[in-house]
Design a protein around this ligand. Structure first.
Ligand code: NDP
Length: 310
């Protein structure tokens, strides 16, 4: 009997994902009826991205898992009507995009590229560019994305520290964890990259007190989630120059309101939540693989821990 897979995401996503999902199901030998309109009681799996239509999971009595198209699951993890397994997206295409986006912004700050790009005079002033080995970068969050980013930065020669909740041992990366390791991480953060999930424990990871522990003249890059930063504290640190610049891709309110001070701040770069995007062809295979595992009685990859919120 074919499996009924519900595609529950904003309508525009259907055109992007329908064909790649059907190809991936066929490739893995899964007989699937994919639709945006299955009757809830007949659904076996739900492919999900936050949307207004599906808020109540209780009618999905037969469903065996929700497979998120997003890596960040803060909009669904607390849904009390959801009791079946929830898998977040770990997609090689998305990871690759994040590695490229972060590397570009780290190199921009490290090399001081703005000095030349924004030059408005004819000053021919020679300077010796720094080497990556002279720059200490801290990646906050060493998960699927943070770890790949940290490894790439280490490969470029940066002195890389990673901070996570649980202890880690990664060759070439100085690993710190938990509250006990936070101060040490902050002191090393000439460039801080935030790749933490949005949970109760990570809210305001960068606040007045933690920003003050970063070296004077350091930089913040946030492709994680808006609530990781206390915005007033960051603006204050930018205004004193203690934080020399920030590149922010995610915000508490998105789109970022037109009158938000970040837009006008000379040392803030705003990007519209484009650091990394789930790529349909690679993500579809991840979804199909998880359904195949579940049908064999195995647990899905990348299950969310509801207690931790990620
Ligand atoms: P993972 O769940 O794989 O990794 C999360 C990391 O954060 C883990 O290393 C985890 O530690 C660490 N962490 C969680 N809570 C804490 C805490 N309280 N203290 C210290 N460390 C903590 O997530 P991903 O790497 O896949 O994604 C990270 C985030 O990136 C997503 O949640 C999402 O918000 C964001 N994102 C942004 C995108 C964009 O376009 N801007 C695109 C995709 C994702 P441990 O390893 O010990 O569990």
């Amino acid at each position: 009997m074919p499996l009924n897979v519900l595609f529950s995401a904003p309508h525009a996503r259907w055109d992007v994902y329908a064909a790649p999902l059907r190809n991936a199901f066929a490739k893995l030998g899964l007989d699937v009826r994919l639709s945006m309109e299955h009757a809830p009681a007949e659904v076996d799996y739900i492919v999900y991205a936050p949307n207004r239509v599906l808020q109540d999971f209780t009618p999905f009595t037969r469903a065996r898992a929700v497979l998120s198209l997003w890596a960040g699951v803060e909009q669904i993890v607390g849904n009390e009507t959801l009791s079946i397994p929830l898998a977040r997206m770990v997609d090689p295409g998305l990871t690759r995009g994040m590695v490229e986006w972060v590397s570009a912004h780290v190199l921009r700050y490290h090399l001081g590229l703005d000095l030349d790009i924004r030059r408005d005079d004819a000053a021919w002033v020679y300077r010796t560019p720094p080497l990556a080995s002279e720059r200490s970068v801290v990646v906050f969050g060493l998960g699927a994305l943070g770890l790949s980013v940290a490894k790439m930065l280490a490969q470029l020669g940066f002195e890389v520290t990673g901070w996570s909740r649980s202890p880690k041992d990664v060759p070439g990366i100085h690993c710190l964890h938990g509250q006990a390791g936070l101060s040490d991480a902050l002191k090393r953060a000439e460039i801080a990259v935030l790749l933490l999930p949005d949970t109760r424990a990570t809210e305001n990871t960068l606040n007045a007190s933690t920003l003050a522990q970063m070296p004077a003249g350091s930089f913040v890059i946030n492709p994680g989630r808006g609530p990781l930063i206390d915005d007033d504290a960051l603006l204050a640190a930018l205004n004193t120059g203690h934080i020399a610049g920030a590149t922010l891709d995610v915000f508490r309110t998105e789109p970022l309101p037109a009158d938000h001070p970040y837009w006008a701040h000379p040392n803030v770069t705003v990007t519209p939540h484009i650091a990394a995007e789930t790529r349909a062809n690679t993500a579809a295979l991840v979804i199909a693989e998880n359904i195949k595992r579940s049908e064999k009685g195995e647990s899905c990859h990348n299950l969310v821990d509801r207690r931790l919120g990620y």
